[in-house]
Design a protein around this ligand. Structure first.
Ligand code: COA
Length: 170
C-alpha cells in the first residue's frame, strides 16, 4: 500500500475483541460525524449504536471486526458480516486526523482478503452524499446495484465479485 505522500504503508489489521469496545465506539462516532452532517441525519447507525451493541458485535463470531493500531492507538476499523455467499462490509472508519493516508482503502482490501472462502461477493452501502467513500468503492471495483430511500436521501447499495484466487487468511 502506498500512502498519499508516496511512502509505503504496510497495514496489519488485527481482529478486535470486546476489550476494544470503548475505543471503537469513540472512533466510529468521530469518523461518521462528517457523514451525518452531509446527510443531515444524526441518527446514523454508527452514531446511535450503544456501547453494549458494539460489545455484542465484537463478541459475535459471525461478524469479525478488524482494526489498525499504531503505537497502541486505534486508527481504523471495518466489520464483515457473512450472509450466505455474500460478505457485507460495514462501519469502515478512519480517525479524522489520519484520513486520506490510504488506511481506509488498505483496511477494506484486507477485510476482503480475510473473508471466509465461502464468500463470493462483497456488498456495502453508503449515503448518496458520501462522495469520498463512493469514489473509494468505485476505485476498488464496487458497482451500484440499487438505491433505497432513507430520510430525505438515498442509500446507495454496491456490490463486487470476489477476485478469483483470494481466500481466507485469518
Ligand atoms: C471513508 C474513509 C473510511 C476512507 O478512509 P481514508 O483512509 O480516509 O481513505 P484513503 O486514504 O484510503 O483514500 C482512498 C480513496 O477514498 C476516496 N476518498 C476517501 N475520502 C475522501 C474524501 N474525503 N474526499 C474525496 N475522496 C475521498 C478517494 O478516492 C481516495 O483515493 P485517492 O486519494 O487516490 O483519490 C474515511 O475517510 C472515513 O472514515 N470517513 C468517515 C466515515 C465514512 O464515511 N465511512 C464510510 C461509510 S460507508
Amino acid at each position: 500500500m502506498v500512502g498519499k505522500l508516496g511512502h509505503p504503508r504496510p497495514v496489519k489489521p488485527l481482529l478486535l475483541d470486546e476489550s476494544a469496545a470503548g475505543e471503537l465506539l469513540t472512533l466510529q462516532r468521530a469518523a461518521f460525524l462528517v457523514e451525518a452532517r452531509a446527510h443531515r441525519n444524526f441518527e446514523l447507525p454508527p452514531l446511535v449504536e450503544t456501547l453494549e451493541e458494539v460489545r455484542a458485535a465484537l463478541a459475535d463470531p459471525a461478524c469479525p471486526v478488524w482494526g489498525v493500531r499504531e503505537a497502541g492507538r486505534l486508527l481504523a476499523t471495518v466489520r464483515l458480516r457473512v450472509s450466505g455467499e455474500a460478505g457485507e462490509i460495514g462501519r469502515l472508519a478512519v480517525v479524522p486526523d489520519r484520513q486520506g493516508e490510504g488506511l481506509g482503502r488498505a483496511l477494506l482490501l484486507a477485510a476482503e482478503t480475510a473473508a471466509p472462502a465461502a464468500v463470493t461477493r462483497f456488498r456495502l452501502c453508503t449515503g448518496e452524499r458520501s462522495a469520498g467513500p463512493l469514489r473509494l468503492y468505485a476505485g476498488l471495483g464496487y458497482r451500484e446495484t440499487h438505491r433505497s430511500p432513507e430520510a430525505d436521501y438515498q442509500l446507495v447499495h454496491l456490490e463486487k465479485p470476489r477476485a478469483a484466487g483470494s481466500g481466507e487468511h485469518r
